[in-house]
Design a protein. Sequence first.
Length: 768
Amino acid sequence: MTRSELGETRREFLQRSAALAAVSFFDWTALAGSADGSTSGKASGPGTPLPWYKRTLRWGQTNITEIDAQRYDIPWWRQHWRRTRVQGVFINAGGIYASYPSKFPLHYRAPQLGDRDLYGELARTAHEDGLAVIARMDSNRVHEAFFQAHPDWFARDIHGEPYRLGELYVTCVNSPYYDEYIPSVLREIIERSHPEGFGDNNWNGLERDKFCYCANCERKFLALTGHSIPRQRDWEDTVFRQWVDWNYARRMEIWDLNNRATRDAGGPDCLWIGMNSGSLPYQGLRFRDYKAICERSELFLLDDQMRNDNTGFQHNGQIGKLIHGLLGWDKLIPESMAMYQMGRSAFRVASKPEPEARLWMLEGLAGGVQPWWHHVGAFQEDRRMFRTAEPVLRWHAENQQYLVQRRPIANVGMVWNQQNTDFYGRDNPEELVELPWRGWTNALLRARIPCLPVHADKVGGEAGQFSVIILPNVAAMSAAQAQAVRDFVARGGSVIATGETSRYSERGDRLEDFALGDVFGAHIADGKPSYADSVKRAMDGAHTYLRLHPQIAAKAYGPGSRLMPTEKRHPVLSGFGATDILAFGGILDPLRVDSGVTVAATFIPAFPTFPPEQAYIHEFTDIPGVILKTFDGGGRVAFVPADIDRRYGRDNLPDHAQLMENLVRWAARDEFPLEVEGAGLVDCHLYEQPSRLILHLVNLTNPGTWRGPIEEFIQIGPLKVRVRLPGGISGRKIRSLVTNDSFKPKLKQGWVRFEVETILDHEVVLIQ
């Protein structure tokens, strides 16, 4: 093929891009502007178009397999792009397999590719249709010939043997492969086909559970620290922690290096955007820091293709909000959404049930992510998957102006940081960090209380919208983060903290006392349990309980009676009038509490469950499980050393969820911007745009919600909705963006009420 056949010239590319940008500007004005058609200051006129990464809202990807060069039906896929209204596509370019005839002899071509430029053909076709192109890379592994040619570019174990995954060899992030070779490949691809940007599935190299002892790593680490690469994971070892920091920093060096290469070759808007997961432990395992990445990125590529039985569909909405909290709500988060079956087993060429795929997509849209359908292979024997994405993306296209450039409304913030996952969670982040987080998010979902993730570094300056912040076992905190929480309370804010919150430094060192002990009104009493003890307590399923104070259950129906105290229980124990105990399952240590605090529950130690003749409470203690404190400035603090959030995340006991809901309602004085009444499990997301509110109601009511895949939707309704109206929104006009029905509003004292008769999968309500 000639150069002209392989790809357009640079001049042609720039001319086409300018023309497309001018057209897209007018499209964006219509979709993202305020009520008067403005663009919220994002552009001042047709001469200042938005860049592709701000206007491309729907994506598609056909992951090219090594035999697709012989069977890729480009006309059919081109029509599918149009049917699904995508504005951008991901196309396999290079890495493990080159989908074009690369000039680099070691850039392995797909066996059936020959001299065909399949990637180039697809990129040209997409550009002709006005679509943005992201060239997909997979730069972590290569074939044996590459290893034989450059053996010093590869990760090696302590015995000097190369790391392998199947027949592929794992490259080292500290080698010339990343410093020189990959940037050269990026420049080659830009010269041939001018993609708008690059993604990379495996840009982070070797994972944290493996050490690389190649000469490059040993030399660089020694020069920086004066030490050799550690021989084992030891979170108490200063050198190991330096190694962790060093690896995080190297990933950001790679990020910056690749962006310099793409921008130098393709212009300031040619971005290298990597790829990131939707899991904090997974990110930590791969040395990928959400915060550092979001500070660098104009677009966040999210590879979070499915839910599992633990996380649920709601995870997709939560992770979108978590990332937006760092990235900003004026930027986009396309998410790879698998149309094939994923779960305990990955059936890459079998269709995911349509309700399962659809509900995952709808939760993502509710959380502010952009849809991106994903297939593996250009030809499928299971054709059902090709019908799944179209109705969702068509609806998205029709309503896109309501799904971007909006501000979330919630007065409850959920605090997190990466250090807690890494230096406290260590090798058990699921138990110590993820389960408490999941317990709270699920409890608030059950209570229909909107909540936003907030990074611990942002509690000080950017938490103004919150009246309550929750710290779900945020054990590892910096002194500045702890002070920000203290200042939040001093300003009248309320705090709920659980487990070992603030018990460790940001580096995972156990402190003599809680850094926030003065805020909690509770302090470490005796001893210094080890980190191993913390893990044991987290994982223990002991037969323990919490005793509620005062004891009033004898007033309820049941045998026997005794003299009852006259005082009332605290509001956080509302709904438990017929019981003096709650199942717990954890272990508590003694604490020293300040005067003036209220201890609402204490610890009941384990006692035998067998034989049944011994199954009775043997001992009560005064060890506090729930501690409540009120400050003169109006702030309310609930410290819950009993890790009921972790227990609820694991066991789904309704009593735990009810206690957690009570704590939030007390801390917030029962003032929330949204109320939804009616049967069913409904995830609620509320947003504001100029002169209007957008309310997402996602129906998660299904026996498969906690164990998938789901096969059908279960209709619910009616739901009674009450929304507080911000200034400038009258609430007199309310309609559905799903059914296009209108709702009859009832206005009273700054609130609007209306009723949603039925919801099948989701409802999106526009309030003007």
